[in-house]
Ligand binder design. Sequence first.
Ligand code: AKB
Length: 313
Amino acid sequence: MKKILLTGALGQIGSELTAKLRSVYGSDNVIATDIRETDSHVVHNGPFEKLDVTDAEKMFDIAKKNNVDTIIHLAALLSATAEKKPLLAWNLNMGGLVNALETARELDCQFFTPSSIGAFGPSTPKNSTPQDTIMRPTTMYGVNKVSGELLSDYYFQKFGVDTRGLRFPGLISYETMPGGGTTDYAVEIYYEAIKNNAYTSYIGEGTHMDMMYMPDALQAIIDLMEADPSKLDHRNSFNVSAMSIAPEDAAAAIRVHQPDFKLDYDVDPVRQAIAESWPDAIDSSAAKAEWGFKANFDLAKMTADMLDKLKTK
Ligand code: AKB
């Protein structure tokens, strides 16, 4: 049975991953941490500690005290916030990562951290973006993600730390809102569809980006962590995507349920430029071949589930 330390456990991925891991590995075996402490199931339904990931000593102490054998490091600033505060992003995203990798090295832990489609840049092939290709991002977030992939590979090659990672697309979910990302519109559009039957998109018409529904993302993390290491040619990080959509595609999927749903645009130049520097559609075939990645939700199935869950919420 794994004993897992999670950072950023109150964030969009963390809040749902904590619950999922607790259901798979047992509540006491998942130690959730975050810089904040809120009134959440993450805090109440199992071990929780407040942790600023730039505090290396505290991270190490929590991991050692709890005898963890796995670290899932999620705490990071997303692309749009990182573009506004590049130095903070460098210090937090890279400082937190190196602290988490060092803790994993010293305590001999398995390690997971997400990379992103943001690791690619304008010179990367836009369609069927290969697993191994040009990576020259033009955002601070992208610089952090490429550096993180390389650093994670380095810890595997140099120190034998069992590092693994996924290049996540935009993640769509109904439990916790994302914050500060470029792909956040694809979550907001569903909330606004329920509240106002209308949405004004800050991402322009025709701008395609990869997306995935949260249940598929959580399963992908668990499947990769459980994968036979002898089958992994890659480690940090695997392309994974379930769909490539533009705002009008999400709107069309919503109109199947709400025919009068209205979409208009008020494009934010900063987030639009970030989106245009990323691929339109990445190729997940290495993840499929090496550890059996599979997405169960396409746009239509995800839209039906999102609207249903948000109505109840
Ligand atoms: C963002 O938009 O910054 C994230 C990502 C794709 O990494 N959702």
